[in-house]
Design a protein around this ligand. Sequence first.
Ligand code: TXE
Length: 480
Amino acid sequence: MEKILNYINGVLTEPFSGAYLENVNPAEGRVYSLIPDSGNKDVNHAVEAARRAFTKWSATPAEQRSAIMIRIADLIERDLDKLALAESIDQGKPLKLAKTVDIPRASANFRFYATAILHTASDAHFTDQQAINYTQYQPIGVAGCISPWNLPLYLFTWKIAPALAAGCTVVAKPSEVTPMTAYLLSQLCIEAGLPEGVLNIVHGLGAKAGQAIIEHPEVAAISFTGGTATGKKIAATAAPMFKKLSLELGGKNPNIIFADCDFENAVSTSIHSSFSNQGEICLCGSRIFVERPLYERFLTEFTARTRALVVGDPLDEKTKVGAIVSEAHMNKILSYIELAKKEGGTIVLGGKQITGTGRCANGYFVEPTIITGLEHLCRTNQEEIFGPVVTIMPFDTEEEVLEYANSTTYGLAATIWTENLKRAHRVAAQVKSGIIWVNCWLFRDLRTPFGGMKQSGVGREGGFEALKFFTEEKNVCIKL
Ligand code: TXE
């Protein structure tokens, strides 16, 4: 069985403990590879390698750092099919999605930050002809990057690329649930000639390897994406050490549909925003609010199109909804569907586990599920389910839908459907979310900041802000 290895100091290496964890293919419910069960010793070794590499990497001219990162981007593109297959097998997402979204975006992340560092600028102020003030941004040191399982290589590279571009060295940990593409990336970094110690990838459990990265005194900045409960724990550990922290956490995103919307666009995009990647995208709209005059029509059409979604083997071209990432996560989703019933919800469609066929007979599949009849404050409408489950509710006024939309502890993303421009701006201004899409979903410009409000996190990723995150800011004042 294939053994994944850590990537430390430029070398693929076994964990000190010699112990391995099982990596499951969720579409088959079968262990298919082993991952290092790393601990303190491995993390210490990785941080030491990163610390040693920092002096040289941070002083490497931006053009050279850029050239190596572009080589990595090119290699990701060259291996698109192989990486997409690995990601689909590891996570259960449809192969087509991995090919068209996840892996191209991983390459784009490297390319974007490789070129961004060639165009950075800093501020200077001339003070009353008496002094010149200018701001310097210096790489902060060793950065810790920890990513989740839902968009494995996409989110992993979104953290690593700006850190490396800024001149930091990195100790990174992918999710133990989906480690394969990070392992393949480490092989590409070796091939690209990334100097030893600049990027170190340590595999293993969050509470063990992840926690060791957060606690390490030499790790100066932490970029984390994952669940809100984990984010709280990380913040509690890192805050007394005054580490720089960026936390991208959960969401319970509203999808607000006004009666004057472009109906076809609203329905077809809502299918994507509800069920893409089995609903396991932090930006999925899991609470759909429809203005009453359109409610019945929307529900009928949305239900019909959801029923037509092909659920099953992620490697099959026709599949639109693949496997849930793990058995534990599938059980969590199913338990929320049971909770919805207890809370008085009506299961309009789905609601059950599906048994796959052929090689997928033991896989983890859940029917795309539509629930109506719930109050906006019930747990089903307040807690992140992170699966192919949406609730749909009617509303009568803007005030009412804003109250619904803003009623959760989360504030990551929202979608608004209306052809009324004034209303679009008015509602967008009042929804408490870090990203608002009007008449579209998941449209991303990498230059724009990304992040949540409230318990969806702190800090921003994306754009030049992510580069700045991995630096220390210094003002130099020269008296004339
Ligand atoms: O995420 P975790 P899990 C949500 C979703 C899901 C829930 C839990 O609702 O059901 O979170 O998922 C590492 N110190 N999201 O358990 O635990 C861990 O190894 C340092 C939303 O998979 O937050 C992994 O690499 N690291 C989300 C990463 O943190 C720790 C995407 C995320 O794992 C750690 C995923 C610790 N103490 C889940 N504990 C989104 N918003 O995109 C864990 N980790």
